[in-house]
Design a protein around this ligand. Structure first.
Ligand code: FAD
Ligand code: NAP
Length: 331
């Protein structure tokens, strides 16, 4: 059965950008609806301590996101556990179809679908995904108590994951393709001082090796980027932390994108190439990609929507049905 519903503002995504947009749009009396997606709370639910969220010297990522959700809800944002499967942005009101077969129409849309982990693209990585290969230390680190682990990457995520994994592992080898990390200095200092972490510079993962029955990782073959020499490192776990790509599949063919799929917004605003469609957070940002910058853009998007709707009005359907009650259902 298909359910049809209408809202003035549909927010797609439940990371810092989405929830902040929810708080602001609700306080502007726009009765927003927010669709959470597959990862309620977004990327911060995959980490532990967050030390750069203003006001909290240290806060657990998942706790922060639970608080953001509660905040948006308390302000009057309706939060829906569903996934947007397709969007029609060709005319207003815009249409969103969801996994649960609800068809939403919306006078304005805020896209806040964030980013997802990148993978190395090796067949052996694919083979052992979920059986020793992971992109989330917080989720899977616990399984590697007393074992040797390899972490791949040189950014903040890789260094944080390596440090976190020392809570479980007997040894962590950080494999990086250059001899310089992108990670913040404070994290680098912690990494280099840690007795359980070894850093392997100028190396790329060539192959993940392991047993077939039961399926499980036993070692990682790495190649020296300059000499080509191969080394096999014993490891029960491989954590790939080589960055994130924007989750722009829903809109990449209809909205202007750049730098590998990031949605283009007019500088200083959250306006996309389609009037009435706004984008915020990591989906648009190939530079900063922080919780606080995403939250800031979520605020901007809600304010941009408020101005847009004041100027362009809402649809007739809006008068006919409230955002909190189904408009009609059909079999
Ligand atoms: P995200 O957090 O990526 O959330 C995207 C949301 O969109 C998710 O809820 C997802 O379910 C939803 N979504 C996607 N597709 C759909 C769909 N089709 N339908 C409906 N919903 C959809 N930043 C910091 O400032 N400090 C840190 O300490 C920090 N630590 C980090 C640690 C790790 C391991 C990682 C991976 C990132 C970290 N970051 C940190 C970066 C920070 O998490 C991101 O910048 C921030 O989460 C981006 O917020 P966002 O709202 O744009 O998107
Ligand atoms: P990132 O900063 O883009 O770093 C990705 C790392 O992976 C780089 O070192 C890169 O190497 C390496 N890499 C990329 N592709 C590779 C490949 N195919 N093979 C091997 N190595 C590869 O990504 P991130 O660390 O996930 O961080 C993403 C964003 O989230 C950043 O803005 C970051 O600041 C933010 N974040 C913040 C915190 C925090 O504030 N504490 C924590 C986590 C994440 P090169 O260096 O050679 O390019």
């Amino acid at each position: 059965m298909t359910e049809h519903r209408h809202t003035k503002v549909l927010i797609v995504g439940s990371g810092p950008a989405g929830y902040t947009a929810g708080v602001y749009a609700a306080r502007a009396m726009l009765s927003p609806v927010l669709i959470q997606g597959l990862e309620p709370g977004g990327q911060l639910t995959t980490t532990t301590e967050v030390e750069n969220w203003p006001g909290d010297t240290e806060v657990q990522g998942p706790d922060l996101m639970v608080r953001m959700e509660a905040h948006a809800r308390a302000m009057g944002c309706e939060i829906v556990g569903d996934i947007v499967t397709s969007l029609d942005l060709s005319k207003r009101p815009f249409t969103a179809q969801t996994d649960s077969k609800t068809v939403w129409t919306a006078d304005a849309i805020i896209l806040a679908t964030g980013a997802r982990a990148k993978w190395l693209g090796l067949p052996s990585e694919e083979k052992f995904k979920g059986f020793g290969v992971s992109a989330c230390a917080t989720c899977d680190g616990f399984f590697y108590r007393g074992q040797e682990i390899v972490v791949v990457g040189g950014g903040n995520t890789a260094v944080e994951e390596a440090l976190f994994l020392t809570n479980f592992a007997s040894k962590v080898t950080l494999v990086h393709r250059r001899d310089e990390l992108r990670a913040e200095r404070i994290l680098q200092d912690r990494l280099f001082k840690h007795p359980k972490i070894e850093t392997l510079w100028f190396h790329q993962v060539e192959e993940v090796k392991g047993a077939d029955s039961p399926l499980g990782v036993e070692s990682v073959v790495v190649r020296h980027t300059k000499t080509g020499a191969l080394t096999e490192i014993p490891a029960k776990g491989v954590f790939v932390a080589i960055g994130h790509a924007p989750a722009s599949e829903l809109v990449k063919d209809v909205l202007e994108t750049h730098h590998g799929g990031y949605v283009v917004v007019e500088p200083g605003t959250t306006r996309t190439s389609i009037p009435g469609v706004f984008a915020a957070g990591d989906l648009t940002d190939h530079v900063y990609r922080q919780a606080v910058t995403s939250a800031g853009m979520g605020c901007m998007a809600a304010l941009d929507v408020e101005r847009f709707l004041a100027e362009h009005g809402t649809s007739d359907a809006d008068a006919a049905s409230s955002s909190s009650a189904p408009a009609h259902s059909e079999a």
